[in-house]
Ligand binder design. Structure first.
Ligand code: ATP
Length: 434
């Protein structure tokens, strides 16, 4: 953690460089709603793609799912969300503002110092109606997590695929929570995206082992994608914090500018969820174990992360202000897999032949990666611009290139330059970006 940044700096660079804008800005915004701009959407897609490749494609024991956001309300009765997905809410008797009781210290209103009411339960699920009639019979909820879709489809997946325990089901998608106190930029919002896995195993003993493996796997995933290890830590939940059915839970936390906070939770949920859906739906979700010729109700480990929180952590961690010979530069040192733009191609100056060669190279590279062509301003300025959006490589075509068919590739982090044959540029990038 060489230079700790303020949240304000991160919000500024995110806006200035087309990563994240305030939602509905021309109408004065909507509190705590954010839009991902042209580079933000690339970064976010790369985070989701890295997760999907590493957790689904490369493992071989996990399959994907994309379940609906709107589900039969009985799902939320069975899961316990209707009864228990609540936060303690307090009201200020003076200014009438509302707060999450566990986010307030003492009994005074953080806004005006007035007296707070007793805490009462506030359900975080967004409620709406399906169809044109607006009454209790057609209430639906926006899902507050993607996980229940996995449990509800578990039997379908068993019946229609050849998965053998242990195996997992992964899902990325939007979730909604009517948070009492959203804030800290995209850290806590009411609409957000999650990446969740339910990893099913045979019994409690296997679950214990799988839990430890998942805690390590998820910690390492953030580290391998470039988060400075000192900025990550694990926090084991106290027994008193655990839901009554949960056997264990550990959070991966990141050192945000506002302190260490949860990026992702890994929980050993026993066989609670499948049992609940069995009880409520009457449909037996058990797995037939060929070895023992018995039916098993699998136990499950749930690594549940937030895409937006991960993006924010990668953004904060990548942000650096560095002293250079010419003064200072702002640079986003994203891991090359996450960088929105992988390379920028410049003609040294705007001369026909250089422009032609640079555009030719750009056309080849854009078939494989998001790359940019830029011919305006000095090369130094073009480097600075790319540094600020985190582009790992800048490729310049100069007069020498016309003779020796080589280009200069400049590395974002070391600022070193090397000459590479134009025909080798694709290999050069392929080796470094993956
Ligand atoms: P918190 O204690 O911060 O409210 P949580 O423990 O309720 O989070 P989980 O229910 O475990 O969160 O959700 C899994 C993940 O989903 C979290 O680790 C987080 O990354 C993400 N997440 C949850 N709520 C939000 C939110 N309001 N905004 C953005 N991401 C969220």
């Amino acid at each position: 953690m060489d230079n700790k940044v303020s949240m304000e700096e991160v919000v500024n660079v995110a806006k200035r460089r087309a990563f994240i804008y305030a939602g509905s800005e021309i109408y004065g915004g909507l509190a705590n709603a954010w839009d991902y701009g042209p580079y933000g959407v690339l970064l976010k897609n790369n985070v989701k793609q890295a997760w999907w490749q590493d957790m689904v494609m490369k493992r071989g024991d996990i399959v994907g799912l994309d379940s609906a956001i709107l589900m039969n309300p009985k799902v939320w009765e069975a899961s316990g969300h209707i009864a228990e997905f609540t936060d303690p809410l307090v009201d200020c008797k003076g200014c009438k503002q509302r707060f999450r009781a566990d986010h307030v210290e003492g009994n005074d209103c953080p806004n005006c110092g007035g007296e707070l009411t007793e805490a009462r339960s506030f359900n975080l699920m967004f409620k709406t109606h399906a169809g044109p009639v607006d009454d209790e019979s057609n209430v639906v909820y926006l899902r507050p997590e993607t996980a229940q879709g996995i449990f509800v489809d578990f039997k379908n997946i068993l019946d229609t695929t050849r998965n053998k325990l242990p195996f997992g089901v992964a899902q990325i998608g939007k979730s909604f929570r009517n948070e009492i106190t959203p804030g800290n930029f995209t850290f806590r919002t009411r609409e957000f995206e999650q990446f969740e896995i339910e990893y099913f195993v045979k019994d409690a003993l296997s679950a214990k082992k799988a839990f430890d493996e998942w805690v390590k796997a998820r910690f390492d995933w953030y580290k391998d994608l470039g988060i400075y290890p000192d900025n990550l830590r694990l926090r084991e939940h106290e027994k008193t914090e655990l839901a009554h059915y949960a056997v264990a839970a550990t959070d991966v936390e990141y050192n945000f500018p506002f302190g260490f906070s949860e990026l992702e939770g890994i929980a050993n949920r026993g066989n609670y969820d499948l049992q609940q859906h069995w009880d409520h739906s009457g449909v037996d979700p058990r797995y037939f174990d060929e070895e023992t010729k018995t039916k098993i109700l699998p136990h499950v480990i749930e690594p549940s992360g937030g895409v937006d929180r991960a993006v924010l952590a990668f953004l904060v961690d990548a942000y650096k202000i560095e002293k250079t010979e010419e003064g200072e530069r702002t640079v986003l040192k994203f891991h090359p897999r996450l960088a929105p733009i992988k390379a920028a191609i410049f003609p040294l100056v705007k001369k026909d032949q250089l422009v032609m060669e640079a555009k030719k190279l750009f056309s080849q590279l854009k078939e494989r990666w998001f790359v940019e062509y830029d011919e305006s301003g000095t090369v130094g300025r073009r480097y600075r611009r790319q540094d600020e959006i985190g582009t790992p490589y800048c490729i310049t075509v100069d007069f020498g290139s016309l003779e020796d068919k080589m280009v200069t590739i400049r590395d974002r982090d070391t600022m070193q330059q090397e000459r590479v044959l134009m025909n080798d540029v694709i290999n050069f990038l392929e080796e470094r970006i993956k």
